[in-house]
Every structure is written in C-alpha cells, then in structure tokens.
Ligand binder design. Structure first.
Ligand code: ZN
Length: 347
C-alpha cells in the first residue's frame, strides 16, 4: 500500500504543427519511460489529430501497465490554460474553441493540464533542460515563427490574458517591413527563418554582383532535385529557391550577402532580448528552433546586441536549448508531474 502512489504513470501529449507525439513517465522519476511520434498528415484536422494522438497514447499506456494518474498537454497554438480550452490552430482546421482538457479528462478519467507550446517548452527546459538550476528564464523559439514563454520564480507566467511571452511581435524597428500581424518591424518579421530566406532572395535579385556563394548553393540544390527544367527557368529569371538553412551555410562559407541577411535576424532578436532583460531581469534566456543553428557568428551578434541594449547592471546569459524539438513533450510531462500526487519519500 505504501508504494501505491509511486506506481502511477504520467502521460505527456504534444499537438505540434507538423508532428504529434506522446510520452510516458513513472510518477516521481525525472526520465521518460517511453515516447512515440507521428507526422501530422497534410490534410489533417482537429479530429484526425485527436485520433492519431489517442492511438499513440493508447499504445504507450498498454505497454506500461501502470495506472494513469495525470496528463499534460502541449498545443501548438493559442490556449486558454485556465480553462483548458484551445482557441485555434494556425496550422490545422477545426481547433476553434475546443475544450481539449475536458475531452481528455473524459477519455482518461484523470486530471489534465493544457497549455500552448511556447509556455510548455519553457517549462520543459526549466525543469529538464538548459534552465535547470535557475529561478527564472525566458524561453524563445526562433523557427518559422518566433515565440516565447516565461518561467518566473519557478512558475510559468502566462499573463492575465495568456499572451505573455509574445516576443515575436515586439517591435524593434518601427520603420521596418510589415509583419503578418500588421505592425512594422516585429522581431518575427526580421528574425524568423522564412523572412531570412525572403530577404536573401530579394537581395540576390537587386544586387546581381553579390552573393555568389549563396547563388551557387541555390543552383546546386535546385539541380539536384528532379525539377531540373524548373531550376533552369528560375535561374534564367533570376529567381532562386532559398531557405534560411542555405543562407546559414553560405554565410559559413564566407558569403557576405548571406551573413547580412542573418545579421538582421540576430540584431532584431538581440535588441528584443536586451529590452526584455531590462523589463523583467530573468537573467537566463534559452533559445531553441532551427534558426539558432545559424552558427557562432549569429549567436555572438545576438549576445552582443542584447548586452548593448540592456543596462550594464542587468545580468543576462543567452544559451542554447538542450531538449530541441522535444522541449514541448518534456514540458507537458512537467505539467503532468504538477498535477499528479507528490512522490512519496522512500523509507
Ligand atoms: Zn508582428
């Protein structure tokens, strides 16, 4: 009887834009027992996402043969965490005002906590990753978008309306280009992967004498694909299929135009981090997402500009995330841990 509470199982679920994942952990243990994932189908909707995640979870629960005690959920879109309500998904149809917590509580018969992926990833890094040992942090993901989540004094800070951490739409250049949100010069418009690529592509077209390394990478890439003729057409028209990853590689090889496209990203992010440090003073900033693989020069620029922007008295460190794409899953496990009964002390 004494050990009965230790023998419980926690379930973590991750509804991401491109992948769906589930993991289990034994109550009281800071490691995953098992994890599994599936790609989100191209034409998926809320119903198919739910079915796939249910299947993943069912498989793990069957294998573990322990009673489930709590479920934590990361959702890739705006969530009312207090109500466990998904507001919508930017990737998938049918998620408008879905009471996900209630639905999962009905299915599993245990407490469920739901939050958006940036908040959950922040919690994951805080408890299991690059944030271990600190009291507060801001987690920032720089990928196809830019998102963030706060941990303050050991707890997620979601804001009164659940909108805290939206560093992607902090304005760092009021005269800058128009962001999808309608404002000018947001961090996301300057720092995210698709806009790094777009900027480099535009410069290649307007500055035909620069960017020869990037140009060559784009041509090689296009010619290695099946659409050889299309590649040729693009080259004749002066258009190139450019990705942020290609821009990073070209910058690494010494392409000046490519580096300048990246530098805009690093400077915008550094500015916003310096401002956030001045406002909240969390000391540690943990950065994840594809763009953070852009190389040491990108990191050095983020750190330098953040340092220049923050007051000299404000201490800050900017470090890479440790959990990669699994941060939301680990964070969902942390949510489940917080719902489950506290681990019993072993006598
Ligand atoms: Zn914006």
């Amino acid at each position: 009887m004494k050990n009965s509470q230790r023998e419980g199982l926690l379930l973590a679920l991750d509804f991401g834009g491109t992948k769906l994942a589930a993991a289990t952990a034994v109550l009281g243990e800071n490691q995953l027992l098992d994890q599994t994932q599936a790609a989100a189908p191209q034409d998926s909707n809320a119903g198919t996402d739910m079915d796939i995640v249910a299947r993943l979870a069912h498989g793990l629960l069957e294998m573990a043969k322990l009673p489930l005690v709590a479920v934590g959920v990361s959702f890739g879109g705006p969530v009312d965490a207090g109500q466990g309500l998904v507001r919508l998904s930017h990737h998938t149809q049918g998620w408008e005002n879905v009471p996900l917590r209630e639905m999962l509580e009905d299915r599993h018969g245990v407490p469920v906590a739901v939050d958006n992926d940036a908040n959950v990833a922040a919690l994951g890094e805080f408890r299991f990753g690059a944030g271990q040992g600190c009291g507060s942090l801001m987690y920032i993901t720089v990928s196809t978008g830019v998102g963030g989540g706060w941990i303050l004094d050991g707890k997620p800070w979601r804001g009164e309306g659940g909108m805290a951490g939206e560093i992607g739409h902090v304005v760092v250049d009021p005269q800058g280009p128009v962001c999808p949100c309608g404002k000018r010069g947001c961090v996301e418009r300057l720092a995210s992967g698709p806009f790094i690529a777009q900027r480099a592509r535009e410069w290649l077209q307007t500055e035909p004498r620069r960017g020869s390394i990037l140009r060559q990478l784009a041509i090689d890439e296009a010619e290695s694909t099946r659409e050889h003729e299309l590649a040729l057409d693009q080259r004749l028209a002066g258009g190139y299929e450019i990705t942020a990853e290609m821009v990073s590689r070209a910058a690494d090889l010494g392409d000046d135009l490519a580096w300048q496209a990246l530098e805009v990203s690093a400077r915008a992010l550094g500015r916003a981090i310096g401002n956030a440090a001045n406002l909240v003073d969390p000391r540690r900033f943990v950065l994840g997402g594809g763009v953070t693989k852009a190389g040491e020069r990108w990191w050095a620029t983020v750190r330098r500009v953040a340092r220049e922007t923050a007051l000299p008295e404000v201490e800050l460190e900017i470090i890479p995330a440790a959990l990669g794409d699994d941060a939301p899953l680990w964070g969902a496990m942390a949510l489940a841990q917080d719902l489950g009964p506290p681990p019993q002390r072993q006598e």
